[in-house]
Design a protein around this ligand. Sequence first.
Ligand code: TXA
Ligand code: MG
Length: 326
Amino acid sequence: MILAADPQAVEQAAQALRDGHLVGMPTETVYGLAADASSDAAVAQIFLAKGRPANHPLIVHVAGVAQVPLFAAQVPAFAHSLMAAFWPGPLTLILPRQAGVATASAGGQDSVGLRCPVHPVAQALLQACLRRGVLGLSAPSANRFGRVSPTTAAHVQAELGPALLVLDGGECEVGIESSIIDCSRGQPVLLRPGQITRAQIQAACGLALLDPDSLAQAAPRASGTLASHYAPRAKVRLMSATDIAAKLQALGPHANNLGLWSAQKPDAGAGVLWRQQPETAKPAAHMLFSVLRELDALGVQQIWVQCPPDTPDWEGVRDRLQRAAA
Ligand code: TXA
Ligand code: MG
């Protein structure tokens, strides 16, 4: 059931969460499938609904910095700087976890992922939850495990069925999931790139940002970091603009059941469904998952995607495309 996110619907959703049910929640990145982070039974339903392995930890969403000590055991100074710079917003911090809190959500890790979303409906929902004693909301992306993240309420319903209460907060502005920075190792480690660039992160905390593979000890499990993830049914192929043009020319009228997301309109027939790829990273991220979903739903066998520029602002989009194509 999709509800327009007016104040009454937000209260209804908060009460459902208080009562141990799941709610589809809009955020600025992608829609989340939320449950009371402190209820292991409610969180267990998330794993069930998504078909997600129980040892893949979930992000806990909080209303503000004030809630951080409820979940995190220590917060290094550089993590405070990151929160000051980017919260509320599309940034998740991994911090040492308070013993005994959000246990099911943490999926066996002794850390906790915390994020304070900026979307007004997410904020209103978190505040309404706080008033009911719900201190945080565990919420992975509201898709079935391994599939494309939802960026509209209708996507959530298509993934998880009509029985789920989904608050409709419109299209997600960012369109790709939050940047995840591990702050539990003394230095910031980028586990998942998002809209915020490396340079912005380093400038905000004054430290070099490390990559997980540069660490001696294996990084914690993150399903968004599996090689094959964010996959539509159609096969995704990443190609240069030159290769796309050459391959389309070679196929000629035999180019069929093909989706194409590229900057230039191709010289091709009706068998090629073209969607224009924006020339800058932000609008491209905004439409990435919905364009994959739309072309997939139209039944194409392959989706050819023009490989985005190899510049820092495109890192989040490149990362998702590489996983979709893996
Ligand atoms: O933008 C987002 O982050 C969205 C919206 C709904 O907030 N959420 C999201 O959640 O992308 P999910 O579960 O699809 O991805 C969360 C990622 C996973 O890769 C998970 O493994 C990682 O965060 N994660 C969560 N807690 C962690 C922890 N304690 N240690 C390491 N990774 C963690
Ligand atoms: Mg996900």
